[in-house]
Design a protein around this ligand. Structure first.
Ligand code: GDP
Length: 208
């Protein structure tokens, strides 16, 4: 591993869990460092990627604690930025009222979180792009938030399948060109693409 990568890993390895919030208003002002959030359909691999980025097993365990999967979980990195685990969407086994509450929570967060710098929308490479992902891009567009797309679990797919995904997302992103930054291809099983996400977060945090 190069020295630069080692430094990045040390940076992200220094982290603390700041709290779990199930309404937007309860997030304290003290948690307003520049912020990077992760969102996607449930089971997309969000906890695995946050673990891989932070070089920690404890953080994902924290966010998988019952009750916390439906809240906003904030992790502070190196006392200089926040990573945020947002609730997964598209989970079939929840009631209509819980789903509505989650939609409100996510929408309030995206529209009102002023320190939110960048959002990573995760898409399972095997499952591909779904209507709810496009709804998320539209919400980000309405909220004027810059974002990137992370294709997860690429170890499950062929190169030609990934090329098709890449082309289709680039074509779709013509509609969001003022906010879309880039596409990542990752596997937490094979540790692919994680360093690219870490470097992007680090660089964007320095531009603020
Ligand atoms: P979350 O619900 O979005 O937080 O997803 P998890 O991180 O809990 O992952 C959901 C499932 O996908 C688990 O069984 C993981 O082991 C699996 N998974 C996550 N990342 C990868 C990956 O890169 N490759 C493969 N093959 N499986 C993965």
């Amino acid at each position: 591993m190069s020295n630069g990568n080692k430094r990045i890993n040390l940076f992200f390895g220094s982290n603390t869990f700041k709290g779990s919030f199930n309404s937007f208003n309860t997030i304290p002002n003290s948690s307003n460092l520049t912020e990077f959030s992760f969102i996607g359909r449930s089971n997309v691999g969000k906890s695995s990627i946050i673990n891989a980025i932070t070089k920690s097993n404890n953080l994902a365990k924290t966010s998988k604690t019952p009750g916390r999967t439906q809240s906003i979980n904030i992790f502070e990195i190196n006392k200089s930025l926040n990573l945020v685990d947002l609730p997964g969407y598209g989970f079939a086994k929840i009631s209509k009222s819980i789903r509505l509450n989650l939609e409100i929570l996510i929408e309030e967060y995206m529209k009102n979180r002023t320190n939110l710098t960048h959002v990573f929308v995760l898409i399972d490479s095997k499952v591909g792009l779904k209507g709810l992902d496009i709804d998320m891009f539209d919400l980000l567009s309405e909220s004027n938030k810059s974002f990137s797309v992370i294709f997860t679990k690429i170890d499950k797919c062929s190169k030609s399948h990934l090329d098709l995904l890449d082309k289709s997302i680039l074509s779709l992103m013509k509609s969001y060109s003022n906010l879309f930054v880039k596409t990542f291809f990752t596997s937490t099983k094979k540790l692919q693409g994680i360093i690219d996400v870490q470097k992007t977060i680090y660089q964007l945090s320095k531009q603020i």
